[in-house]
Design a protein around this ligand. Structure first.
Ligand code: MN
Length: 263
């Protein structure tokens, strides 16, 4: 076991132990900032591990990674044809276009996408739309898994209960954010700079890491509410898609991001 792994395990053990003793205290005890300028989100995974299949996924590359499940895996809640078009056409398009934008704007594509997003006002509209689109989709695929979703556990569950009162109340607020976003966009659960959970939404392919976003934080999970994400099955019934989507949430992935963000 490497020193890094050992540290990670020690930290996890600490968090679990602390959570049992003092639940939400663990959430506020951390001193490292999510938004530190020297990027705390550099990849910490061994290079032989595909980062987007790991619950510790935090460093997003400029390349579209393989979908971590089959197109059929999310049925009946999201149908295979929607997944295929969404991944292989829409998301693949963002991935190609962000590479084109990076080439045109002298961005090193071996860096983390997060670094570009945090200063997106320095780049073109093409970069904003496609860096956002690519990041958001890479996150989105990993926020889902085959049903059933189960429930959050550990410090994330404690933080949700502390912030929203109950899981049901949390879901209602998140669904409202998704329903009330006019036009295309995303609904988010984030950790804010002062280490609190927050629910919000962004238009188009913006996201809460962007310096231009009115809603800011480190994204724990994002829900795609563009019509291309649901129209084949749900047509105009966005609310039904949102309700169904909760059957697919990969809470282990979301909880791992939360732990990472609170370090
Ligand atoms: Mn999409």
């Amino acid at each position: 076991m490497s020193v890094q792994d050992s540290n990670k395990n020690s930290r996890r053990n600490f968090i679990e132990t602390t959570a049992k003793a003092a639940m939400v205290t663990a959430v506020t005890a951390s001193h490292l900032s999510v938004f530190a300028s020297n990027n705390k989100f550099a990849p910490v995974l061994p290079t032989n591990v595909a980062p987007n299949t790991s619950p510790a996924f935090i460093g997003t590359s400029f390349t579209q990674l393989p979908l971590p499940y089959a197109y059929t895996a999310l049925e009946p809640f999201i149908d295979a044809l929607t997944m295929e078009i969404h991944y292989s056409k829409h998301a693949a398009g963002y991935a190609k276009n962000v590479q084109d934008a990076a080439a045109a704007e002298n961005v090193n594509t071996n860096s983390n996408l997060e670094e570009v997003l945090q200063k997106i006002s320095s780049y073109s509209t093409k970069m904003r739309n496609n860096a956002g689109g690519h990041y958001n989709h890479e996150l989105f695929w990993n926020c889902m898994k085959a049903a059933p979703a189960g429930v959050p556990s550990g410090v994330l569950a404690a933080a949700i209960n502390n912030s929203y009162g109950s899981m049901d109340a949390f879901k209602t607020q998140f669904a409202d954010a998704a329903k009330n976003r006019f036009g295309s966009g995303w609904a988010w659960l984030v950790v804010t700079a002062d280490k609190k959970l927050a629910i919000g939404s962004t238009p188009n392919q913006d996201n809460p890491l962007m310096d231009v976003s009115a809603f800011k934080g480190f994204p724990l999970m994002g829900l795609d509410i563009w019509e291309h994400a649901y129209y084949l099955k749900y047509q105009n019934k966005r609310a039904d898609y949102i309700t169904a989507w909760f059957n697919l949430v990969n809470w282990d992935f979301v909880a791992a991001r939360f732990e990472k963000a609170m370090q």
